[in-house]
Write a protein that binds this ligand. Structure first.
Ligand code: NDP
Length: 501
């Protein structure tokens, strides 16, 4: 089994502290001290390739910071499932006794890179589970609710919490203008302004999946689920006055606290619990159970224990493993799905899109984001490609070998609760009486083309078939026979003649 240490060590070069450093091509550098100059007092030479590489790489060290949750930190760990919730989900990582390596990243929301950890703000609580069935990301917060309930308001909300266009300063008027113009924010603002608005450390806060998700069991039954991560370190907080004093001394106290705790072997642990709502109860629950600004009362849906996770490995490299970590609610695994929570459905698109912008089309190939399960995809190429499929495999869907024709089980992107007829649907076009794929090309061949054009068509087709395998060759004849019997026979005749020539 892959452990949290294996994941943390992935991608690490094995340099030593003694001996020569190398250029990025792996060959030793001549000097880390002196540039090549034209004589002892002359100009610096551009053929000092190590100097040029060193300076140009340095200029490119920064990537776009996250627009939200820019300041954070994290660590690797393991999720251990101690209870049996298999009657609610078939997801492998939640089966009894399963241990899954994981990454957690905690953050503030509005502050930029380098902003103080001690600001009053919601804290991000993002988890990536490297399961045997693919990566599962749970991108939550330390609060059970959120400021808004529709993703279309998200950029407006964040603009109001960031900085004014002219002064570049944060602005209470703008923040309160948004909140008071958005009454759905009241629950979250109550939380934010309360004791839990400045957690003492990331270790001293609970986490929540916040959204309502869907769990699907082996029998295909669906349940609604909310995740709770209860800190074993105890909830603790700073008052405004304590936080103001702290941030003057240490802007990174949460990042420091987590790293140092793990370094000294004091591994923080959270109990994993869920609330489960039977599928049909969603229709009549006293609050809309998909509205992200509402909780489900624990009196109605008590917390059910699942297991716990412990963070036990620090990152080996902050940039490679934390800054480049890409969490996305779209990373689902079998047995877990979405709900009709509009914020969640917007995030299912926008997080993956943010990573494409920030890290590129192949962010999933960066070691910290790489699944431990096998990847078998038709997506290919793009900047920084370093994983690729076996070249013997077809590179396109719809192929004779059948690669990709086995669409697998239920991924929870369907079965969202909705009025009849409004269910998300994945399937073929509705068929009308003459919707046969060969009827119209057949009409074109028989009724529109003249003899000479038909003749050229058969010749062009046969001419384009050079190199097809015997199996595909037969399929081509059948294909054209379906369009028009004469054409199928004619293509066979021409291609056979071409082969003999
Ligand atoms: P419960 O009494 O069953 O639960 C109350 C919840 O409030 C507990 O999860 C508790 O967390 C949490 N809590 C305690 N102190 C604070 C605090 N200072 N700031 C924020 N949260 C705190 O009641 P209900 O489930 O019926 O919920 C009642 C209200 O509690 C909700 O309207 C919501 O505002 C809040 N709440 C509800 C949660 C839920 O999932 N139902 C989760 C968190 C808050 P702990 O056990 O750590 O003390």
């Amino acid at each position: 089994m892959t452990s949290s240490k294996d994941i943390a060590d992935q991608g690490m070069d094995t340099g030593t502290s003694t001996g020569a450093t190398t250029r990025l091509n792996g060959a030793p550098v001549s000097s880390e001290q002196h540039s090549i100059t034209t004589g002892p007092q002359g100009g610096v030479s551009v053929h000092d390739v190590h100097l040029i590489e060193k300076l140009t790489h340095f200029n490119r060290e920064r990537i776009p910071e996250r627009v939200v949750h820019a300041k954070g930190g994290g660590a690797f760990g393991e999720l251990t499932v101690t209870e049996d919730v298999s009657k609610y989900t078939k997801a492998g990582l939640f089966q009894p006794g399963t241990v899954t390596p994981m990454l957690a990243r905690f953050s503030t929301v509005a502050g930029e890179q380098g902003s103080p950890d001690g600001w009053r703000d919601v804290r991000g609580f993002s988890l990536k589970f490297y399961t045997e069935e693919g990566n599962y990301d749970l991108v939550g917060n330390n609060t059970p609710v959120f400021f808004i309930r529709d993703g279309i308001k998200f950029p407006d909300f964040i603009h109001s919490q960031k900085r004014l266009p002219d002064t570049g300063l944060r602005d209470a008027n703008m923040q309160w203008d948004f909140w008071t113009s958005s009454p759905e924010s009241a629950h979250q603002v109550t939380y934010l302004m309360g004791d839990r608005g400045i957690p003492k450390t990331w270790r001293n806060m609970d986490g929540f999946g916040s959204h309502t998700y869907q769990w699907i069991n082996e029998a295909g039954e669906r349940f609604w689920v909310k995740y709770h991560f209860k800190t074993r370190q105890g909830w603790d907080f700073y008052t405004d006055a304590e936080a103001a004093e702290l941030v003057g001394q240490d802007t990174d106290h949460s990042r420091r606290d987590l790293f140092e705790a793990i370094e000294r072997g004091d591994f923080p642990t959270w109990d994993v619990k869920v609330q489960i709502m039977p599928f049909d109860e969603a229709a009549d629950y006293r609050w809309n159970p998909f509205d992200l600004t509402k909780t489900w009362s624990q009196k109605d849906y008590p917390l059910i224990p699942v297991g716990h996770f412990t963070l036990n490995e620090n990152p080996r490299n902050f940039f490679a493993q934390i800054e480049q970590a890409a969490f996305a609610p779209s990373n689902l695994v079998e047995g877990i799905g979405f709900s009709p929570d509009k914020m969640l459905l917007a995030r299912a698109f926008s997080y993956a899109d943010a990573h494409r912008y920030r890290l590129g089309a192949n962010s999933d190939q960066i070691p910290v984001n790489r699944p431990v399960s096998q990847v078998n995809s038709f997506s290919q190429d793009g900047a920084a490609t370093h994983r690729f499929a076996d070249p013997k495999l077809p590179v396109h869907g719809s192929n004779a070998a059948g690669r990709g024709s086995q669409e697998s089980a239920d991924h929870g992107d369907l079965g969202l609760w909705a009025a009849e007829g409004e269910e998300p649907f994945r399937g073929a076009y509705l068929q009308h009486p003459e919707d046969d794929d060969f009827i119209q090309p057949g009409i074109l061949v028989r009724e529109v083309l003249d003899d000479a054009a038909r003749d050229r068509l058969a010749g062009n087709i046969a001419g384009a078939m050079d190199g097809v395998s015997p199996e595909v060759e037969e399929r081509v004849y059948q294909y054209w026979t379906n369009v028009d019997e004469w054409l199928g026979a004619e293509v066979r005749k021409r291609f056979t003649a071409n082969k003999g020539a």
